[in-house]
Design a protein around this ligand. Structure first.
Ligand SMILES: Nc1ncnc2c1ncn2[C@@H]1O[C@H](COP(=O)(O)OP(=O)(O)OP(=O)(O)O)[C@@H](O)[C@H]1O
Ligand SMILES: [Mg+2]
Length: 388
C-alpha cells in the first residue's frame, strides 16, 4: 500500500504524510497531561493531524473520541454528539449500586439517545440544565487514559452565539468544558481544533479564562523535505515520472507548501499526464487550479466572518491585484470609499479586526508594514475569480 491522492476530507492511515515533529511534540504534551488548542489556518491539515494522534493513542490503549461540531448548530445537537460519541467509545461510567437518582436518570437518557430515542434534555430550564451538565461531568470515567478531540469548536460557538441567549449558552459550554479539565487527577486530555479564532473569540466575549489552561499548538506549512516527500510519494503512487528539478519548480511556484495545495496541484498534473511532466504542464495545472473550484472553500468560509465578510472581501480583492502587497493606509482608503469622513475611526477599527482574522486564517501575511496574500496560488485564484 502507498499514499493516494486525497483532496478535501481529512486524510487517514497510509494517506497521512509527514508531520513527525508535530506528532512527537503533541504526544509529549498529551503524555504529560496537557490539553491542547490546535490553532492554525484553513486546510493546513488540523483534522488529519488530530485523527493521526487518535490512531496513535488508540494503539497505546487510550480511549479516544473524535467530535466534529461542524455537524451541529444547537446546544441540543452538541449534547447529542457528545453523548453518542462518549457512549460509543466507553467514556461513560456504568450503572452501579448506590448511584444517585440524578445520575441514574441521566444514564437512562444517555441510553435512550444512543438508540435514537426522543429525549427532552430540558436545557431551556436553567436549574435542570445545570444539574444535567453536572451529572454528565460526574459520569465521565476520569481515571482512564482518554483523548478527546473536539473539532470546529469556534465555528459551532460562533453560530450558537447568534441564537437566542447565545452569549449565555456559549459561556455555559466553555465553562463546562473547562470544569471537565479541572477535575482533580483526571486522565482525560483534550484537543480543540479550529482556526486561530478561538482565542480571539473568547477574548472578545470576556471568556478568555475558560481556555487559558490549554497549551497552544501551532501547525504550519510542510518543511521543504516533507513537501518534496509528499509530492514524490504521490507521483510514485501513480507511476508518474517527475524529476527533482520539476518537484522544486512546483513547490517554488506554490510557495506556501501546505499539503492541500500539493494534493490539488498533483491531481491536476495527474489528470493531464501522458508520459512526462514538464514546466509547461505544471504551469497549465497551476492555471487550472486558479480557474476551477478547488480553492472555493477560502471564499465560502468567509461567511463565518459575518459583519466582517464584506470588508474582508474588499481587502482580498484589492490585495489580489497587487502582488507586491499594500500598506494599511491604502487599505483604509479602500474601505473608506463612499463613507463619510467622520467614520474613519470606526472603519479603521473594522480594518484591524479584518486583518487580524485574515492573518489568523492564513489568507494574508504581514511583512514589515506590508500585507500580501500568503499564497500566490490563492492570490491568483482570487484575481481570476473576483477581479478578472
Ligand atoms: N498529513 C497530510 N498528508 C497528506 N495530505 C494532507 C495531510 N494533511 C492535510 N492533507 C491534505 O489537506 C486536506 C485537508 O486536510 P484537513 O481536513 O486535515 O485540514 P484542516 O486544517 O482540518 O482543514 P479545515 O480548515 O477545512 O478544517 C486533505 O484532504 C489532504 O488533501
Ligand atoms: Mg478540519
Amino acid at each position: 500500500m502507498c499514499i493516494s491522492n486525497k483532496i478535501g476530507p481529512p486524510v487517514e492511515g497510509e494517506d497521512f504524510f509527514g508531520r513527525e515533529k508535530e506528532i512527537r511534540k503533541a504526544n509529549r504534551l498529551l503524555d504529560s497531561n496537557h490539553s491542547l488548542l490546535l490553532s492554525a489556518p484553513r486546510r493546513i491539515g488540523k483534522s488529519s493531524l488530530a485523527k493521526r494522534l487518535i490512531e496513535e493513542k488508540k494503539q497505546q490503549g487510550w480511549k479516544c473520541v473524535y467530535i466534529d461540531l461542524e455537524e451541529t448548530t444547537t446546544e441540543e445537537g452538541f449534547l447529542r454528539l457528545v453523548i453518542e460519541a462518549f457512549k460509543k467509545n466507553g467514556i461513560w461510567k456504568q450503572l452501579t449500586e448506590g448511584m444517585s437518582k440524578g445520575l441514574v436518570s441521566v444514564l437512562d437518557r444517555i441510553e435512550k439517545v444512543t438508540i435514537g430515542g426522543v429525549v427532552d434534555f430540558n436545557i431551556g430550564k436553567r436549574e435542570e440544565q445545570e444539574d444535567l451538565y453536572k451529572n454528565l461531568k460526574e459520569l465521565i470515567k476520569h481515571d482512564e487514559d482518554t483523548f478527546i478531540v473536539v473539532d470546529e469548536l469556534t465555528l459551532f460557538l460562533g453560530i450558537l452565539n447568534k441564537s437566542e441567549n447565545g452569549a449565555e449558552k456559549v459561556a455555559f459550554i466553555l465553562n463546562w468544558l473547562r470544569s471537565l479539565r479541572q477535575v482533580s487527577k483526571t486522565n482525560v486530555r483534550w484537543l480543540f481544533c479550529g482556526s486561530v479564532g478561538l482565542r480571539n473569540f473568547t477574548t472578545a466575549m470576556n471568556l478568555g479564562f475558560t481556555i487559558n489552561d490549554l497549551m497552544e499548538f501551532g501547525l504550519g506549512e510542510l518543511t521543504r523535505e516533507e513537501a518534496e516527500g509528499l509530492l514524490s510519494g504521490l507521483c510514485k503512487s501513480e507511476d508518474m515520472e517527475m524529476s527533482e528539478e520539476l518537484i522544486n519548480y512546483t513547490l517554488d511556484k506554490l510557495h506556501w507548501n501546505i499539503p492541500y495545495f500539493i494534493q490539488v496541484i498533483f491531481s491536476k498534473l495527474a489528470e493531464e499526464y501522458e508520459d512526462e511532466v514538464t514546466k509547461e504542464s505544471i504551469d497549465i495545472a497551476y492555471n487550472k487550479l486558479c480557474s476551477e473550484n478547488y480553492l472555493s472553500t477560502w471564499s465560502e468560509r468567509l461567511s463565518e466572518y459575518r459583519e466582517y465578510e464584506v470588508p474582508a472581501r474588499q481587502i482580498l480583492k484589492a490585495l489580489s491585484t497587487q502582488s507586491a502587497g499594500l500598506e494599511r493606509e491604502a487599505m483604509l482608503n479602500i474601505l473608506m470609499t463612499g463613507q463619510d469622513a467622520s467614520k474613519v475611526e470606526e472603519v479603521d477599527y473594522i480594518l484591524s479586526k479584518v486583518l487580524e482574522m485574515l492573518e489568523n486564517d492564513g489568507y494574508i501575511l504581514k511583512v514589515d508594514s506590508i500585507r500580501t496574500f500568503r499564497s500566490p496560488l490563492l492570490r491568483d485564484y482570487w484575481f481570476n475569480k473576483f477581479v478578472q
